[in-house]
Write a protein that binds this ligand. Sequence first.
Ligand SMILES: C[S@@+](CC[C@H](N)C(=O)[O-])C[C@H]1O[C@@H](n2cnc3c(N)ncnc32)[C@H](O)[C@@H]1O
Length: 389
Amino acid sequence: MNTSSSTSAIVEQKYDDTSTKISSLRNRIIGFSDWLKPLTESKSTPSKVLDLRCTTEQEKRQLRSSSFIPVEYLKERSFELPARHVEFTILVSENDLDKVESLLCGSKNGRQKPWKVAHVLLDTEDFWNEASQNSGMVIVQRQQQQQQQQQQQDKLDNESSIIINNNTSGQRLWQPDPMVENILFPLLVKAKNNDKNNNRIMSSSSSSSNSSEIWDLASGSGRDIAFLAEELYTTNPNTDYKLIAIDHRYNAKETKIVNDFFGRRGVGNQTSSIKLNLSNWTTLEQAMSSSLLNSYVAAMFCVRFWKLELVEAIANSQSISSGVLFGLSHFCKPTEGAPWNFDHPSEKTVLERDQLFNLFQAQWDIVHNEIALDSDHGRMMIHFIARRR
Ligand SMILES: C[S@@+](CC[C@H](N)C(=O)[O-])C[C@H]1O[C@@H](n2cnc3c(N)ncnc32)[C@H](O)[C@@H]1O
């Protein structure tokens, strides 16, 4: 096993190189103990591991706390990868190295940055022997479980494999939007706690048994919905939030991708996806009229999606009840009329600093209105939340 201590230096040098030259993943191969070094030297935690081996190998044995994407699904599930500026380690079979290299590092047209694969762990017996000597904390042995499965009848085998599959989501590698994570999520937790306290002093007949809906308008791959569902239910397993992903791209294929993702994250029952064109409010209002009429809606939000007509109509809508939260995270100039010096997105899709404040102030309380930088390109974003009066 190549455990060269100069690996990090090599990697840094390669990342500094902004040309299209791509360093080979083979140069980044390290052994288990080198990967663990930050922990053993008490400096920091080792970089997160993305396990790209096939499902059969993953079921045999795994590194604790790693995330899994079988290599054959890597392209389809690339939205689950970390942001392109975040370092991570991959665990991979040597046979798949070239394929993985072209998927993670091989942007031939140079338009997309490669993902930041800091280190490569190779799926070899040496690797697992070394790993299993580390006080068991990093290894989950599945061999015994598998041997038992082989001895069981077909029906039982099937049930066991379902259990294994449900457990393969692993830790989250992608980051949710910071507005969703740091501002909206705590407000939703707090709103539910307030509801609980209010319900305690109201008669039980007046408390609603229906769930509160959260709509992600133009949810794309559904990462923010998955994050909210996971975290809201971790914070309170009895919470009744229902998370709804809405996007016009959800044809049958995309719907399957997004619903499978929710299923793998263990939040299939708390989430759903709807195909809808969000160009104007009337379409949304009609599609979701029963939720609006019955006041089930707790919050709606848009991340990196901006349609003036839609947001204007939301701000002025009479069908949105008091207390509903509206959140938006989008590219925004830091001051009124400031220049926009980035190629992407184009200036005409970028918000003016006070645009949302001016739209919402008449009928909504402004809860949060802040300019932040996006983590990878340093572009300005607005994190905005208002509550209907
Ligand atoms: C930049 S992506 C953002 C996705 C997601 N919110 C995120 O931050 O990862 C914009 C999304 O808006 C969706 N979209 C664009 N126009 C739309 C429309 N008129 N109606 C519904 N969805 C739309 C696209 O399909 C895409 O998923």
